[in-house]
Design a protein around this ligand. Structure first.
Ligand SMILES: Cc1cc2nc3c(=O)[nH]c(=O)nc-3n(C[C@H](O)[C@H](O)[C@H](O)COP(=O)(O)O)c2cc1C
Length: 349
């Protein structure tokens, strides 16, 4: 067996202890100077037995533990392939990679736990103001009243997140408009290297990094299943018929299970990375998800639906359900679609 120091390690000190973290696997391990020496001295594939004998006096368990915590990588393993993919593909610096991979598959606390934490916190820590006024500024300029009768502003004002469904299904026409509003390609532009798609939402450099997937549980006129939305052709292609429980994809939020439909936005970072090598482009991609989501939500409102957004995603499960294997494919944002029902209580996480 051949081993090398993992290629995606970062080190920090916490409460006096030195910790290593493999940000691709999110494994954290205690570290001392002899382990740091070992990792520094094994950048290339090295015979495992030589490490066991030379560093650990023949004790293989230490090396097994370092492999388990992904401090050491085994040649030919899935992790070795993923590291190689990371080194070849990831263009947005180590801190951005750390942020991105460490935030995937985050543990999501339950609504009850979240409420308890907030109740305790408010005892000792007042909340920051959730809006600011201009009382201390001079002059203060009153603005004309917003045009509440305007059709567009009216739809915007009616958009609401509702986590209960009044009807078991939505229609294919409703789904179609929501997808088109968020993702539809409505034009094209060109630059020095070719043509670029244009849609109803802005996209940094018109790189169009998102693909939308539909988890259709009850959409009238559509067999249940997972579909890919082709924005250029405005059609749905079946990915697979079997559907996971929606709550398993959105951090265990049970209300999602009664929703007829879930849209998931998956970024293909390669599209934006190809042009923009600087890590600010990572933020650009995340911001774009908000634009797309809002357009979906407004089209949903127009149809009398509520789209409930969530970023509490189980990325690994979503990737598995969609058959996505590339490290640069990132499920970022999702929203359920339903005719809004009565929410038993306001349930905010
Ligand atoms: C990025 C983002 C993530 C959200 N995630 C969740 C979520 O996981 N679960 C949920 O019930 N609501 C979620 N929401 C919805 C907010 O709770 C909701 O927007 C907020 O309470 C304000 O209500 P409104 O949308 O009706 O204006 C999310 C909203 C945004 C913008």
């Amino acid at each position: 067996m051949q081993l090398r120091a993992a290629r995606t390690l970062v080190f920090t000190r916490q409460d006096g202890a030195l910790l290593g973290c493999n940000f691709l696997t999110r494994d954290v391990f205690g570290c001392d100077s002899s382990l740091l020496d070992l990792l520094a001295e094994t950048p290339e594939w090295t015979d495992a037995q030589a490490i066991i004998d030379g560093v650990f006096e023949g004790d293989a368990s230490e090396v097994e533990s370092l492999i388990r915590h992904s401090a050491l990588t085994v040649a030919g393993s899935a992790l070795a392939r993923r590291e190689d993919e990371y080194l070849a593909e990831w263009q947005w610096t180590i801190p951005t990679g750390m942020l991105h991979f460490c935030l995937e598959d985050a543990e999501i606390i339950s609504l009850e736990e979240s409420e308890e934490i907030q109740r305790q916190r408010i005892e000792t820590e007042p909340q920051p103001a959730l809006y600011l006024r201009n009382r201390d500024r001079v002059p203060v300029v009153p603005l004309p009243e917003a045009r509440k009768s305007d059709a567009l502003l009216d739809i915007m004002a009616r958009r609401r997140t509702v986590r209960a469904a009044a009807s078991p299904s939505i229609s294919l026409a409703q789904l179609s408009d929501c997808l088109f509003a968020g993702m539809g390609i409505t034009g094209e532009t060109s630059n020095v290297v070719g043509t670029l798609p244009l849609g109803m939402t802005p996209s940094g450099g018109a790189r169009n990094p998102y693909e939308a997937y539909v988890f259709a549980r009850r959409v009238d006129g559509l067999e249940p299943g997972i579909y890919h939305y082709s924005a250029i052709d405005h059609d749905l292609g079946l990915v697979r018929r079997s559907l996971p429980k929606f709550s398993q994809l959105v951090g265990g939020q049970d209300w999602a299970d009664e929703m007829p439909c879930l849209l998931v936005l998956v970024a293909d970072f390669r599209r934006t990375m190809w042009k923009y090598r600087d890590p600010n482009a990572y933020r650009v991609v995340l911001i774009e998800a908000g634009h797309i989501g809002q357009n979906v939500m407004l089209a949903a409102t127009r149809h009398g639906l509520s789209a409930c957004p969530t970023a509490a995603l189980a990325q690994a499960r979503i990737r598995k359900a969609l058959g996505l294997r590339r490290l640069t494919d990132a499920p970022v944002y999702a929203m359920t679609l339903a005719v809004p029902g009565n929410e038993p209580s306001v349930t905010l996480q």
